[in-house]
Every structure is written in C-alpha cells, then in structure tokens.
Design a protein around this ligand. Structure first.
Ligand code: GLC
Length: 787
C-alpha cells in the first residue's frame, strides 16, 4: 500500500495541523457548598466537587451546560461521610478535607489541589477545563520539570510516559506492537505522577475514547475525551503505595486467585484434539516439568460456537478434564463474545428470542465477522444478559472446568474499524447509550459476567478468568495477558514496563505470552523469557498457529533443562508469590513493581524499565538480549545479596553482573526474608515444609508476614486462613525471632525451616524468648520452627 511506503511523507502530502481550539469554561458566577460537595456555576457550564474520602476528591464538569455526578461501572466505592471546610473570599474559594485542599480562583475558574502540608499536587495555571472545536471535553494541568508519569494500563514503550500521547480505545492489534502502537486491548485511564519523591494519582473515569497528552506542551499536560462530561478523581498519595490503595479503594481489588492459577500454564493456538492434550500433559509429567493448566484455543469448539465442544476432536471432554485434574492439571477453554449466527444453535436462538444481542436503535441486531463467520454480540450492559451469559458457563463447570479465557472482547470484529459499529445502541439497563460511548466497557462487563457466572456454579471454588480487554476495575474479575506479542527480544524487553505499568494501574495479576505469540521463538529467547515469566504474576507460554512449537522441550535438552529449573523455581517461590497476591488483594499494591515504588526518593530508580521488584525486597534483573552474559544492575540503598552465589553487593550503585544462560540475576535485600516452598509438579501437591530465608544484616530488624489458606475456596473470607508474622532482630551474638499466628486454617505443612544466610560469626537464636537449636551443615545454617 502506498501509505505504508515513503509516499506517506512526500512533501505534498504534509498536512499542517491547526492547533485545536480551546474554549474555556469561563469565570465563576456562583458557588455553593452542599454536604461533602461544592457546586460551581460558571459562565458556560457547571462544576461539581465531591470529597469521596479525606484523600480522594472527584471533579465533574460540563463546560457547556449542567453537570451531574457520573461514574462508570469501574467505580465501586461508596463515598465516606466527611466534614469539609468551605470559605469564600472575594477572588477565591477554599475547601478542604483533612488531607486535601482545593484552592479555587474565580476569574477565570481554576482549581489548584494541594496536600495538607500545602504542596501543590494538581494545578491549572493559565489553562483549565473547557471544550474543543468538536465539543470534546478537555482538562489541562500544569506539568513541572520534575514530573514522571506512570500507569495508563497496558501501553508499549518504557516505564515513564512523559513525552507520550496515549489513547484509550480497546483495540485488537495483531500487527507487531512497537513503541508507537497505541492503543492496545485495555483502557485504564489512570496515572500516577511522581514529583520530587511524592506521588499522586489522577483517574479520568471516562468511557469514550480518551487521550492523555504528555507531549504537545512543555508546561502542561491534558486529558480529553470525545464526548460526555469531564469526570476525574485526584488521589493525594503521597507514596506510590498510598496512591494504589486510594485508586483500588475506588475501583476495587483483585480477589485472591486459586493457587492453580498462579502456577505454570501451557497454551497453544491450538491443541486441537483430546489426544493431543493428553499427550501434552503426559509429556510434562514424564519430563517432570511442573504444570497447572492447559488452554484450549478456538479449535476445541464445534465450528467456533462458544459453549460447545467438537465431538470428533474431543469425544469425552468430561473424562479428559477429570483425568487431568487428578494429575494436577486444569483445563482453561477460550470463550469469545461472538455468537455464531445459526438458527439451529441454541445460544444464538435463545439470545435472539430474549433480545440479548447488541443492536441498532432502528431494531436490527448488529452482525460482525469473527472466527465463526457472521456473528452477534451479547449486550453485556444489560443486567439480564450478564446473568444469562454467566449461567451458560454451567456447560463448562459441569465438565469440571474452573477457569475461562475471554478473548476478542474489545470486542474485535474483522473489519476496517476492528470493532462494532459505533452507532450500535447498548441497552445499558434502560439508559441506552451508543457503542461510541460504551465501547471501552465491553471487556470489563464480559469478564464480570464470566466471573460471576463461574462463581455461582463452582460451589465455593474460586474461579479464574483471563481476559484480553478491560477497563479500570478489571482486576475485580480477571487476570490480564497482554495479547498478541511476538517472539522478538524487543517484546521480551517490553514485557517488563508493560506489566509494571499494569500493576501500577490496579491490575496486579498480569503477564505476557511467554516465548512470544506470533513469529517463531528460539531456544535462547524462550529460555530467557521463561526466566522472566517465572516471576511475572501470570505465567503462561502461548504461541500462534503454524509457528514453531514452543513447549519447554521444543529446542533441545540444553534449553529444556534450564527452563525446567525456572518453572520449578516458580513453584519454590510460590508461597512468597501467594503472600504478595494477598497483599495486593488487601492494599492494591502491585506484585511486580518498578524500583521507584519502593524507593520513590531515589531519582535513579525513576526510569528503570529493565529490572523489577518482586515484592519489596527482591530485585530481578533479567538478560533480555541474545548472546549476552553480562548486564548492569542498579541496586538501591541498603545491602543486597546475590540469590545464587550469596555474594554481597552495596546499594545505591550500579554493578556489572555475570549471568550465563542458566542464570536469572536475583538480588535479595539484606535484613529481609523470603519464603519458599518445595519443588513440586503442580499446586495440587501440598508443601510439607516451608523455608523462611533470612538474609542476615547486623543490628537490624526485619519483618515478614506469611499467609496461607486452602488456595481453592472463599472460606478465607470467614477467617479460615493462616497468618504468621515474624519479626527478626539481630544484635551482637544474638538473633531473636518474635512470631504470632492468626486465623483458623490448619496448613498442611507443619514446620518451617529458618535458613540464615550470611552470618559468619557464632550467635544464639531465640524464638519468642526460648533458645532454638541451630543446625549447621556445611554452608547451611538453619533451625526448625513448628506451628
Ligand atoms: C487472538 C488471541 C490469541 C488467540 C487467537 C485465537 O489472536 O489474542 O491469544 O490464540 O486469537 O483464538
């Protein structure tokens, strides 16, 4: 195509883009306080300010008329009753909670938001709120030289998004994802600004196509949307951890996943027959490579009809599922939203008869092409449709299935626009709205329907849902994988900032297709990618039709052996990972974190895209280039230990480290602990013993909270869990452990081996005041604790 060649940039093609016109919301005409709200009337529009919590404020504005509070299904928080102070002066208005101050100038109307100490966090300067020439809503904010921007969900490129212009519009992108590929499948219109070591958050809860411009102006950034009212929340922070707590207070947190969902998963487009699936499982078992799930891509269905199995290829799915479950392997089938147009297909028939599919305002049902050919799409904006779709999952749960993979739910359609006609009208529970307005919600609502449907059918078992598309709040229902990446080293590199930014956007449970989906992988790439995957919250190897095989043994024994070791390592680290999942469930903190999350006052951490933290005390610095055996690693303040060699490293500096193909560089902070379980073939196999590794640092205090439960049911919500806190104090010649337990769950394991790393001198060890026997075997210094 001519547009894809240099023709596109020939001088006569150049278009001078007129700077878009901006109409200001104007001067303040009147203002009024009403409970936790302040209502501001301007010359052209209206603004409503509402304190949701002491540290979160919502601002809704209609620059062109009346305003009212709006919120999308992303928001689940109830506002808390708080007492706000309000004061009006000649030129300005002040209102504040205990943690936030709003200073509002009247002519023109400008809002400055400050923290309780008076530090400006969000300000408008010369610009403000308004609308553009096509009546799009815009909001400008001042940007300081020292601002760094993170979050924005699933975006390509590096960690810090300053200098980018980002769009939110859920899109199926099979073309190679590169730094200018935007948007992708998820829309999370939320970001964190880090300014001089302090963080605050802005959530522009807007379902229309929206744009974040951190590129066009030197001193301002803006967010805008193609329609609707302005509606955004400001969260005061001040630490990145506080912002995540505040944002996930608004949009909800991830339920604790079943343990099997965080083991190793194997997928392929497609394992096409029952025999192939069983042989695959047996190969894993024979080779003693751990595995928790096998995915069934679109070929398992009868003519790509969802909620069916092709009886020729899968004559007995129930038997297959049962047999595999006994071996500790779950089956996760794909379910896309497109329902084949076929009058003899019950799902189509029922949906048409009940008026459950998306349709035009004039009446006809929208029909678009996907895998099954002409298809219709459930209107998940209608409660009864979500329930209907959810109930249909009984088909899978009756076969013993506990996890579903939702794909193509942008929704993707095989046409120019890649999605449904924007003029399709969604029912929206009696408040009809166009697809143009609700497009970005489709994946979220489908995942909700799937999750709730499975939950109802699973008799107390935790469901697992994997989704490609989503909107803010998606963490409440599903894990996210980053779609159709490729077997490129660059895509392995991209995986790190992408998953870190998803984690900073409330989506802790995410991962990329390990090995790369499209294109052909190779032994070295798959090995290095598997090392990274072992530490990403979601860990699945997946590859496209007709690409070279990508199972861990596909490139010969040399690579297989290393990959097997790292998949095993995933299982050894699982108790630690599970504890991090629980932390995320409680606080919204990401599992895979950028370094600045833990070290926000160290500027050197702000742009590190090629290392990440696993929790608050472990740094992973993978090799992500072919043929490389060395790399530089930045270690922040404190002292660090190489997990493999036990060599000590000083923090606040760069180091050159060596990592042959069999090594993933891992560093643990001294004066901290990590929890390990036993090597095993599936999460079905329980630990008999746990290992608490303590990295000795003289005169230090460290703490660790171990969490465990049955890993399967929701009984943890009724207190059936096990929590043990450890506080370890080191003084001259003494290590003291103080521990407490909580909860009614009886773990399968009965002992914890306390492993002491890096203490050369003799010492006495105490557990809650009583001396413990120390066992010294060669280099290993341990002690046993029982519960
Ligand atoms: C989409 C998905 C991919 C899947 C394929 C076939 O491209 O992103 O993961 O394998 O569809 O279902």
């Amino acid at each position: 195509m001519l547009e894809d060649s240099s023709f596109a940039i020939q001088p006569s093609q150049s278009k001078i883009f007129a700077k878009s016109t901006f109409f200001d919301i104007g001067n303040l005409v009147s203002s009024q306080k009403s409970g936790p709200e302040v209502i501001l009337q301007t010359e052209t529009g209206k603004v409503i300010i509402k304190f949701i919590r002491e540290d979160i404020v919502q601002i809704t504005a209609n620059p062109l008329g009346d305003s009212c509070f709006v919120s999308s299904p992303a928001v689940v928080a109830e506002s808390q009753p708080i007492d706000i102070k309000y004061r009006e002066e000649t030129d300005s208005i002040y209102c504040h909670s205990l943690k936030l101050i709003l200073a509002i100038t009247k002519c023109p109307l400008r809002i400055t938001i400050l923290d309780a100490k008076g530090n400006v966090i969000v300000s408008e300067g010369q610009r403000g709120m308004g609308y553009g020439s096509s009546k799009e809503v815009i909001c400008f904010k001042e940007m300081s030289e020292t601002d760094y921007f993170y979050g924005f969900g699933e975006k390509t490129g590096y960690l810090n998004k300053r200098g980018e212009k980002l769009t939110m519009w859920n899109t199926d992108v099979y073309a190679p994802h590169n730094p200018e590929t935007d948007p992708l499948y998820q829309s999370i219109p939320f970001f964190i600004t880090l300014r001089d070591g302090k963080a605050h958050g802005v959530f522009f809860d807007h379902t229309f196509r929206s744009t974040f411009d951190l590129q066009s102006e030197e001193k301002y950034y803006s967010f805008s949307a193609d329609g609707g009212l302005l509606n955004y929340y400001v969260m005061v922070g001040p630490s990145p951890r506080d912002v995540l707590e505040q944002y996930t207070f608004l949009t909800g947190r991830m339920p604790i996943p079943p343990k099997w969902a965080i083991g190793y998963h194997q997928s392929r487009y497609s394992y096409e027959t029952e025999e192939e699936v069983l042989t695959l499982a047996k190969t894993f078992i024979k080779k003693e490579i751990p595995l928790d799930a096998i995915y069934l891509d679109i070929h398992y269905m009868d003519g790509y009809r969802v909620f069916t199995f092709d009886k020729n290829k899968f004559p007995n799915p129930e038997k297959m599922v049962t047999e595999l479950k006994k071996l500790g392997i779950r089956i996760v089938p794909i379910v896309d939203p497109g329902v084949k147009q076929d009058v003899e297909y019950p799902i189509y028939k029922e949906g048409i008869q009940q008026d459950y599919f998306c349709k035009y305002i004039e009446g006809p049902v929208y029909i678009g092409d996907v895998w099954a050919g002409r298809s219709v799409f459930p209107d998940f904006t209608k409660k009864s449709v979500k329930e209907w779709w959810g109930t249909k999952h009984k088909y899978y749960t009756d076969l013993g299935i506990e996890g579903i993979w939702n794909d193509m739910n942008e929704p993707a359609v095989f046409n120019e626009s890649k999605t449904m006609d924007l003029s399709v009208m969604h029912h929206n529970n009696g408040n009809p709205k166009s697809h143009r307005e609700l497009h970005n919600l489709y994946g979220l609502l489908m995942s909700e329907a799937t999750y709730e449907g499975l939950k109802k059918e699973l008799n107390g078992l935790r469901p697992f849902v994997l989704t490609r598309a989503g909107y803010s709040g998606i963490q409440r229902y599903a894990a996210v994988w980053t779609g159709d990446n490729r077997s490129f080293w660059e895509h392995l590199q991209m995986t790190l900032p992408m998953i870190m930014n998803l984690g900073l956007s409330g989506v802790a449970f995410s991962g990329a297709d390990v090995g790369g989906f499209a294109h052909n992988s190779n032994g070295e790439l798959l090995t290095r990618w598997t090392q990274v995957g072992a530490f990403t919250p979601y860990f699945r190897n997946h590859s496209v039709l007709e690409s070279v095989r990508q199972e861990p043994w596909s490139f010969g024994e040399k690579y297989e052996e290393i990959m097997k070791r790292y998949i095993e390592l995933r299982y050894e680290w699982l108790p630690q990972l599970y504890t991090l999942f629980v932390e995320s469930n409680r606080t919204g903190a990401p599992i895979m974190r950028p370094l600045f999350f833990e070290y926000p006052s160290d500027e050197q951490t702000y742009q590190i895209s090629d290392q990440f933290m696993f929790g608050d005390n472990v740094i992973i610095a993978p090799i992500m280039e072919p043929g490389k055996t060395h790399r530089t690693v930045f270690l922040p303040e404190g002292r660090w230990v190489d997990y493999w060699t036990e060599e000590d490293y000083d923090g606040k500096q760069y180091h050159l480290v060596k990592a042959e193909l069999n090594t993933l560089p891992i560093f643990v902070k001294k004066g901290s602990m990590i929890l390990h379980g036993q090597k095993k073939l599936s999460t079905n196999i329980k630990d008999e013993k746990l290992f608490l590794h303590f990295y000795y640092e003289p005169n230090s205090t460290s703490s660790f909270t171990l969490y465990d439960d049955d890993g399967m049911t929701f009984s943890y919500l009724d207190g059936v869990y096990f929590k043990q806190t450890f506080e370890v104090k080191t003084t001259l010649g003494k290590i003291e452990i103080y521990t407490k337990t909580e909860g009614s769950y009886q773990p399968e394991w009965s002992e914890i081996e306390f492993v002491i790393h890096g203490s050369q001198k003799d010492f006495d060890l105490y557990l809650n005041g009583s001396q413990l026997d120390i066992i010294k075997e060669q280099d290993r210094v341990t002690a046993l604790m029982y519960h």
